[in-house]
Design a protein around this ligand. Structure first.
Ligand SMILES: Cc1cc2nc3c(=O)[nH]c(=O)nc-3n(C[C@H](O)[C@H](O)[C@H](O)COP(=O)(O)OP(=O)(O)OC[C@H]3O[C@@H](n4cnc5c(N)ncnc54)[C@H](O)[C@@H]3O)c2cc1C
Length: 439
């Protein structure tokens, strides 16, 4: 195991660069026994401890001034069991690696978010989700997980073993202990046909219910300052695979979606008045296309332009109202927004701190180019979402505290009681958890 003293040079930064931390020590345990020892030593030295994943959260969920536990030492795929339909991966395995190993064995997760850079523990820890009519977040696909608690105990948690920890801890915000391994349900590898198509804002609003019920995975992007949306419909396909040709893929996904978009965002940051014009052009830049590929390649795409993000989960039936209010707010304001607004859905699940706990959900995500002033926009959007009983994504920027969150999560108390039992001394505490869960 590597352990090093944190120094001023060893500043930890998240992907977006909006959160930094100066840990007292950094450890990279390479086994569950080493992890338990790191926790025992942290407690003995009066330090807090916090596991980080790939640093892709926009909130300070992973920040610590105590012992920062890096994921690199815990990256084994422990087992793949096609008959049981499960895979067990150590906490630090990146989703990219998990997808590749599963595909080699003819297997796949059922649903994914937009990217696959996150670790399995980091992604599930904040409730990372994609879009799905029938299938929910990545955490909703967990069958079991292994948790090292504050006193060094290793708990296996599933519907059968430690069921109360399983019920609440699949989305644990790092507050209950350090997850050392996660077992996911998997299914035979499948193909998805993606249909990407520009549509008018009015049509998407009018047909939102139809689009989300007719398609297994529907999402759309609305371009602020325009009446244009891009839609994406992913549905299972018997094949054959027909991936995007390499040159077209490069033009669409690298040049237009990343390279030109990066230049447009930089121009917009320097000259905000140009943004509406740029938005009208970029909302028309991507033409309709259809392709068929293995699921994870269709779910995810490269995101190279750095941004900050806020995302709220609202009851599904409030989605159209939420997006309409957001558009009206932008049009009334002097705001200049270069990033599209992303809208997705998932079905209700049974995880205490899931943004979809107990209710069919729509997600509305707003982004700003890194280095732009985002506060006014995010504050105005947050006000709309709060008015609709919105629940903020735990890994994306928001200003909510435990009092508010307790009012929108019916099972909030179940989680905080479990935290009191498993971590009474707050070994895993940090400023973010104090705000969102209470002291
Ligand atoms: C470009 C980009 C695209 C994104 N796309 C999506 C998307 O499509 N859908 C979506 O929902 N979100 C998305 N996100 C948000 C992202 O998925 C979440 O913030 C996720 O939690 C990040 O995972 P990570 O591995 O980077 O973990 P980190 O951000 O490093 O950590 C997240 C949390 O998990 C905890 N944690 C990490 N490892 C452990 C462990 N071993 N045990 C216990 N707790 C642990 C940390 O302490 C922290 O609380 C995106 C973010 C970015 C930057």
């Amino acid at each position: 195991m590597s352990v090093s003293a944190g120094t001023a040079e060893k500043v930890w930064r998240n992907w977006a660069g909006n959160v930094t931390a100066r840990p007292a020590r950094v450890a990279a345990p390479a086994s569950v026994a080493e992890l338990a020892e790191v926790l025992r030593r942290a407690a003995a030295d009066g330090l807090t401890a916090k596991a980080v994943g790939s640093g892709h959260s926009f909130t300070a969920a992973a920040a610590t001034d105590g012992v920062l536990i890096r994921p690199e030492g815990l990256t084994a795929i422990r087992s793949v069991d096609p008959a049981a339909g499960t895979v067990t991966a150590e906490a630090g395995v990146q989703l990219r690696q998990l997808n590749a190993v599963l595909a080699e064995q003819g297997l796949s997760l059922t649903n994914m978010g937009d990217i696959m850079e996150q670790t399995v523990a980091g992604a599930t820890g904040t409730g990372t989700h994609g879009t799905g009519r029938d299938s929910g977040s990545i955490a909703a696909q967990i069958r079991a997980f292994e948790l090292v608690t504050a006193d060094g105990t290793v708990l296996t948690c599933s519907a059968e073993e430690n069921p109360e920890v399983f019920a609440a801890g699949r989305i644990g915000l790092g507050a209950l202990g350090v997850v050392s391994a996660v077992t996911f349900a998997v299914e035979p590898l499948f193909l998805l046909t993606a249909r990407e198509e520009p549509m008018s804002f009015d049509r998407v609003m009018a047909e939102f219910d139809l689009l989300t019920t007719e398609n297994e995975h529907f999402e759309f992007y609305w371009f602020p300052h325009t009446a244009n949306c891009n839609t994406k419909r992913n549905n299972r396909s018997p094949g054959p695979a027909a991936p995007v040709p390499a040159v077209r893929g490069w033009i669409d996904d690298e040049l237009l979606s990343n390279g030109v978009f990066q230049a447009a965002c930089a121009l917009g940051r320097a000259a905000p008045a140009a943004i509406p014009g740029i938005a009208r052009i970029s909302s028309r830049a991507l033409a309709a296309r259809t392709y068929t590929d293995v699921a994870y390649k269709v779910f995810t795409s490269p995101r190279r332009v750095r941004f900050v993000e806020m995302e709220y989960a609202v009851p599904r039936e409030a989605a159209v109202q939420a997006v309409r209010e957001l558009r009206a707010m932008v049009e009334r304001s002097d705001l200049r927004i270069s990033f599209p607004v992303e809208v997705r859905v998932v079905p209700a699940d049974d995880i205490a701190l899931s943004t979809a706990c107990g209710r069919d959900t729509a997600y509305i995500a707003v982004h700003m180019y890194r280095g732009s002033r985002y506060q006014e926009y995010f504050t105005a959007v947050e006000k709309i979402m709060i008015g609709l009983g919105g629940r903020p994504h735990w890994g994306k920027m928001h200003t909510r505290d435990a009092e508010y969150l307790g009012s929108v999560y019916p099972r909030f108390g179940e989680f905080t009681r479990l935290r009191d039992r498993l971590d009474p001394g707050r070994l895993f505490g940090n400023d973010y958890l104090r705000r969102v869960l209470g002291s």
